[in-house]
Design a protein around this ligand. Structure first.
Ligand SMILES: Cc1ncc(C[n+]2csc(CCOP(=O)(O)OP(=O)(O)O)c2C)c(N)n1
Length: 688
């Protein structure tokens, strides 16, 4: 076992360090107290190690939070976000003190857990424990992959670290083992994880549940591990960080013995420091005990602020230095430099989608997973930023890019990833890669196993990340493996995630159109849902509407044979579209006029203008939906007599009653919606 060091030098924070650390602690305490909601414990206990990182190690520029070569910092223990907001404010990010005072309130930039895109400097949405750690693995993968692609001798233009702060909960979650194992295997030496080892979770001591030797566990994964016995020993934490940086062949875990609720006379080292404000009296006692003025709240001593704000000059000079190195690189390698800028901006190269494969009826039967593989084959060489793979199902998911090599420690330039049988981590790693920027990440598995990766998929949607999923074996039609492998409720489940585009193409040509849409979608994830079984190919000669129809989500694939208003409309997706076409033809022989609407994406179709939807599905024409999946979601098409007050976007951080009100759960809205339904029915009655 390779415990490299146990660091327990004498505690020597300078008075200034201590002032700065207490500034962070009490900003967090006051934020939680003012909101009367949140977690004060972790910020109080982890302020010193976070300070050591931000003051001594982290490369960041508060004035340009998106500078490509900054170090990444992910607070995986997102419940402790008051600490991160405090750090962002004092170091000079665009996060005014006013925002700290509006912690957890409607519309603030300081939501209840960190949300990517809402707060400058927040690199990932975190809160579901364990996800942030795996995001960090994805970011570290992106760093080495881009370094392998773009760096040249003497030109290290991609050269940064990824830091993650985790808590017990992060390491208890199974995803930490999935991601930890992968990171160790991949030798991600620039991934450094600080562990707030405070022995406490919500129900009490970790003795209740979590007694394995965490460092031994990560050492077994191939990590470099260290322990710091006293978190307030800023120098010891800084030294451990330095050791971790110097260890280039292994990711690092630094367990720091922290004390939840540090300084609180009644709550330190207890689960009571969790999930609620300390209380006015306890705040007073804590401040008095630590020599901090009780009033005013949100006090920031001038010396502390001045010290923290040096981060601005430090960041500016780090960025300027990088920019001048980038300039020299651009002079020597102008094409590479332009390419680097292109992928970081997620711009697509000219003509990336010209002449994508098309298929003729004679090419069938062809499974859509096979067609997807052919699309990847065509896109892979044109889009060197495409990088992905499968959770050990590559031969089935057809996710391999021929000739692109394996991503492995000996070849970080390889673009074919082997995630192992680790769906949850795969999803979160893809998120980390997308958050890093510079890559178009994709990952595949059997559709039924999306159940194992819903948490990161939900976060991908929340963060509007351009991640592409390749899910095969998409229905009971996959056959012999039986019900454990036959998805039923997964389509409905994924469609219900706000912002998740689910595409279930009907044949090879729809599959290519789906890939075109997926690559072109710069914000938000796309799930491609594909068959195992062969399907007829809908030749573009007979069905020329496919390329333009797929991006609309649903379209008339085959109209009523007589060209009249149809008597019935079949809405079908994926493999069932062929059944619908056959049904339409059979009905025609019986004198019934049926239209077939192929609807590869209900979400996209739902977002089309009313006029288009009315054209495709005219009011009053009966509908028959044919889809080998749960029927529940289709009930929303039942017509004018129904309205729903529901939630179809993500929620927001604010007191619950305020959130409910903003989302329309008010008696006024109930009455308004009721009138809308009644008026609609009256109108119909008048028209009839
Ligand atoms: C996946 C997931 N499950 C449950 C929770 C609810 N939760 C928030 S914090 C926490 C435990 C906190 O303990 P720990 O991780 O040790 O953090 P600390 O005590 O250091 O604040 C739990 C269970 C969560 N955020 N994510």
């Amino acid at each position: 076992m390779s415990f490299s060091a146990t660091l327990s030098a004498p505690i020597t924070p300078t008075a200034l360090d201590e002032l700065c650390i207490n500034t962070l602690r009490f900003l967090a305490v006051d934020m939680v107290q003012k909101a009367n909601s949140g977690h004060p414990g972790l910020p109080m206990g982890s302020a010193s190690m976070a300070y050591a990182l931000w003051d001594r190690s982290l490369k960041f520029n508060p004035r340009d939070p998106r500078w490509p070569d900054r170090d990444r910092f992910v607070l995986s223990a997102g419940h402790g976000c008051a600490l991160q907001y405090a750090l962002l404010h004092v170091t000079g990010y665009d996060l005014p003190l006013e925002e700290l005072k509006r912690f957890r309130q409607w519309g603030s930039r300081t939501p209840g857990h960190p949300e990517y895109g809402k707060t400058p400097g927040v690199e990932a949405t975190t809160g579901p424990l364990g996800q942030g750690l795996a995001n960090g693995v994805g970011m570290a993968i992106a760093e080495v992959a881009l370094a392998a692609r773009f760096n040249r001798r003497g030109h290290q233009i991609v050269d940064h670290y990824t830091f993650v702060l985790v808590s017990d909960g992060d390491l208890e979650e199974g995803i930490s083992s999935e991601a930890g194992s992968d990171a160790g295997h991949q030798h991600l030496g620039k991934l450094i994880v600080l562990y707030a080892d405070n022995h406490i979770t919500i129900e009490g001591s970790t003795e209740l549940t979590f007694t394995e030797d965490r460092l031994a566990r990560f050492a077994a994964f191939g990590w470099h591990v260290q322990r710091v016995e006293r978190s307030n020993d800023v120098d010891a934490v800084a030294l451990a960080l330095q050791n971790a940086r110097e260890e280039s062949g292994r990711p690092s875990l630094i367990a720091v013995r922290t004390h939840i609720g540090f300084g609180s006379p009644h709550k330190q080292d207890t689960a009571a420091a969790h999930g609620e404000a300390l209380g006015v009296e306890e705040v007073r006692l804590t401040k008095e005990g630590m020599g901090w003025p009780v009033e005013p709240a949100f006090h920031i001593p001038e010396e502390a602020l001045e010290h923290f704000r040096r981060a601005v000059a430090r960041g500016n000079s780090a960025q300027t230095e990088w920019e001048s190195r980038f300039k020299a690189y651009a002079q020597q390698y102008p094409d590479l430099a332009a390419e680097f800028q292109r992928v970081i901006d997620r711009r697509l190269p000219k003509d990336w989608d010209a002449d994508l494969p098309t298929f003729r009826a004679a090419d069938g039967p062809m499974a859509t997973r096979v067609a997807s593989g052919k699309a990847i084959e065509a896109l892979g060489p044109r889009l060197p930023e495409m990088m992905g793979g499968s959770a050990d199902l590559g031969p089935s998911t057809h996710t391999h890019i021929d000739g692109a090599g394996n991503f492995e420690p000996e070849n970080w330039a390889g673009r074919n990833m082997h995630f192992g049988i680790r769906e949850n981590a795969m999803g979160a790693i893809l998120n980390g890669m997308a958050l890093h920027r510079g890559l178009i990440p994709y990952g595949g598995t059997f559709f039924v196993f999306t159940d194992y990766m819903r948490p990161p998929m939900r976060l991908a949607a929340m963060d509007a990340l351009p991640v592409i999923y390749v899910f095969t074996h998409d229905s009971i039609g996959m056959g012999e493996d039986g019900p454990t492998h036959q998805p039923v409720e997964q389509l409905l489940g994924l469609r219900s995630i706000p912002g998740m585009v689910v595409l279930r193409p009907a044949d090879a040509n729809e599959t290519v159109a789906a890939w075109r849409l997926a690559i072109g979608r710069k914000k938000g994830p796309v799930a491609l849902v594909l068959t195992r079984q062969g399907l007829p190919v809908l030749g573009l000669d007979q069905y020329p509407g496919i390329p333009a129809g797929v991006p609309l989500g649903g379209y008339i694939l085959a109209d009523s044979p007589a060209g009249d208003r149809p008597e019935i409309i079949f809405i079908a997706t994926g493999s069932e579209v062929h059944l619908a076409l056959e049904g339409r033809d059979r009905l025609a022989t019986e004198g019934v006029q049926a239209r077939v609407v192929s609807m590869p994406s209900t979400n996209i179709f739902a977002s089309q203008p009313d006029a288009y939807r009315e054209k495709v599905l005219p009011t009053g024409v009966p509908l028959l939906v044919i889809e080998a999946g749960a029927s529940l979601g289709w009930k929303s098409y039942v017509g004018a007599q129904i309205a729903v007050i529901g939630v179809d976007t993500f929620g927001a951080s604010a007191p619950g009653s305020v959130v409910m009100q903003h989302y329309g759960f008010t008696v006024e809205n109930v009455c308004k919606q009721a009138h809308t339904v009644l008026d609609r029915l009256k109108e119909k009655a008048l028209c009839a």
